[in-house]
Design a protein. Sequence first.
Length: 279
Amino acid sequence: MGIHTAEAIVLRRYPFRETSITLTCLTDQFGKLKGLVKGIRTVPNRYRSMMESLTINRIVFYDTHSSQLHLISQCDLLNPLAELQRDLSMACLAALCAELTDAVTPIGDPQPQLYYLLKQTLERLALGGADLTATRVHFVARLLRLVGFQPQLNECIGCGSRVEQSGFWSIGQGGLICPRCLHEDPNAEPASPSMLETLAALSDAAQPIAMEQSLACALQQRLDEFLRWRLERPLKSLIRGQGAGGEKILPTPHAPPARLLQSPGRARPTPLAPKHHLA
Ligand SMILES: [Zn+2]
């Protein structure tokens, strides 16, 4: 049994028995982990954090190696990021970031870059004044790149040929197709070079890129379509964040997580750099 200290962002949190909680968090050094915090719902709370969703904490946990549920013995609140809840659109975006991270991240696979992407995105949002669409497309594009599931941007997913200027974006095929493969999805729309270039730049960028609002909106639509196609179950925050009439609805913290499709079909794009098989 090892004792570890880590910085952790709470992705999900559930009440457990009378006074405890179980939670899923993303840590800086140990990847995603599930934990049990005993007695945290008693008054007074002996911990220096309530481990609320979307807060940044320092935790001490016991790694038993025999269970995926680690016992968290200490938690200190580093940043409550309370500002995220002051604006509904911002709260929805923060919830989407957490849910998507949870969906694409396996348990116990350390990815510090992923941790800092989520942390910096949430902190940037909490500061206020961030362009929400630009922040969102950067987060999604960069996250997909880091986990190796980004859409292919220069090769046809039908025949593998290089696509330079005249590609089409197929929702049904999940990415770019060449003119010769257009028969596989006649509804595919021309993909503008500027959109593809920006998407490629976002995948490598440490922070959001300034861009025209129309381009940001087009990118968001393409990435949302890609996520719907790529994920086994739709993200709750993607559905609920776009209610009828455009109203924003806060996601339920108890929604089951979406998961990446386990076995992509033949026509699905091969990740450029798959890092792990996601269960
Ligand atoms: Zn093709």
